[in-house]
Design a protein around this ligand. Structure first.
Ligand code: FE2
Length: 364
């Protein structure tokens, strides 16, 4: 049974990152992560103060935006946060309805419903505040036939090599101690989401650090948003490290589905993506812990892919190192075989590895 949203959400529309150099970011997402550049705007399209690139792989769209002047919202955002996620955009059937519903539930409106039009049709959007400087944007694109959005010029197809990333699975936010429940309630009250699960510091703790997490999802279960907050530990948690370097709450990682995680990870490794590595001993007891799976344990060990099983099935997952110098945003690649979880059985091994990296950075 699916629960009823306050307003129907069709799925993730795109993620927009504010970055220092959108041209180079786009190149990295293209050549390394396998996203195809599809549209852009900037000086050549008559936009004088910022440049944006839209890239797509499977159903995943990323937009990278840079300022062209220092006194610009995007420049100030990058100065404070470094490169990071600014906009989580969700596709809705009707932006007017979505904005009316969230306004009635006390969302902070940053941009009321507004139509943008070009020769290819109309897109309607509305924007509300979320944690830190992050925002949610609602997008209604049923009446738009262009490549991405009005103002963007299509990019001619070039050689492009996807790695099999197919869809966004979940988007994780880090917030300060004491704020997790506030934002979980915000998802419930403003967005009409339900709590899927809850992890306490008993589930997620190591010798040094602990964190707590609540996972919220929309009625269809398509959009899942875990929210992490640090718990008191003997040393600084990975969440504290993020908050220090991001200078506030924001998106910690984006998990993307692959239908063949071994192939995806092999390709990403060939392109020098650096993944978090758990100790080889992780694989010693793995077959006993997770039981029979379709994949070869030797290949998973070679690639560093993790496995977890729950009552619904199993999942395969792996995490990249941070993708910028600040230890903030990173990615997860996930392949689900029935499990709707997040790999709680891997948390301990992962966090010990994370702490080793934190220690190398002088942040533990
Ligand atoms: Fe995740």
């Amino acid at each position: 049974m699916t629960n009823q949203d306050h307003f129907p959400i069709r799925g993730y529309d795109h993620i927009e990152c504010y970055v220092g150099n959108a041209k180079q970011a786009a190149h990295f997402y293209d050549r390394v992560l396998g996203f195809k550049p599809i549209a852009r705007l900037g000086l050549e399209t008559g936009v004088r103060d910022h440049a944006s690139y839209c890239l797509q792989q499977g159903n995943i769209r990323f937009v990278f935006t840079s300022a062209l002047h220092p006194d610009h919202e995007v420049a100030r955002h990058c100065n404070l946060h470094g490169d990071g996620v600014k906009v989580i955009a969700l596709e809705v059937g009707d932006v007017d309805v979505a904005m009316r519903e969230v306004k009635a539930r006390n969302a902070t409106i940053l941009q009321p419903a507004q139509a943008f039009e070009d020769a290819h049709g109309v897109i309607k959007t509305g924007i509300i505040k979320y944690a830190g400087d992050t925002v949610f944007k609602f997008v209604e694109r049923a009446n738009y036939r262009g490549v991405f959005a009005p103002g963007f010029a299509p990019i001619e197809t070039q050689s492009h090599s996807p790695v099999g990333l197919a869809a966004i699975d979940h988007v994780v936010t880090n917030v300060y101690l004491g704020e997790m429940t506030y934002w979980a309630n915000w998802y419930r009250d403003v967005m009409g989401f339900n709590q899927l699960t809850h992890f306490t510091d008993k589930d997620i703790s190591t010798e040094y650090t602990a964190l707590m997490s609540k996972v919220m999802e929309n009625g269809s279960g398509k959009c899942k948003f875990p929210i992490n907050e640090p718990a008191e530990g003997r040393k600084k948690s990975q969440i504290d490290e993020y908050l220090d370097f991001y200078q506030g709450g924001g998106v910690q990682h984006i998990a993307m589905n692959s239908g063949d995680i071994c192939k995806t990870v092999r390709m990403l490794r060939e392109r020098d993506i650096d993944f978090l590595r758990v100790p080889d001993t992780y694989y010693d007891e793995l077959a006993d812990r997770v039981g029979p799976i379709d994949e070869e344990f030797d290949e998973l060990k070679e690639l560093g892919i993790l496995v977890d099983r729950d009552e619904d099935g199993y999942l395969l997952q792996i995490f990249t190192q941070p993708i910028q110098d600040r230890p903030t945003l990173f990615f997860e690649v996930i392949e689900r075989h029935g499990s709707r979880g997040f790999g709680v059985g891997n948390f301990k091994a992962l966090f010990v590895s994370l702490e080793r990296e934190q220690e190398r950075r002088g942040n533990l």
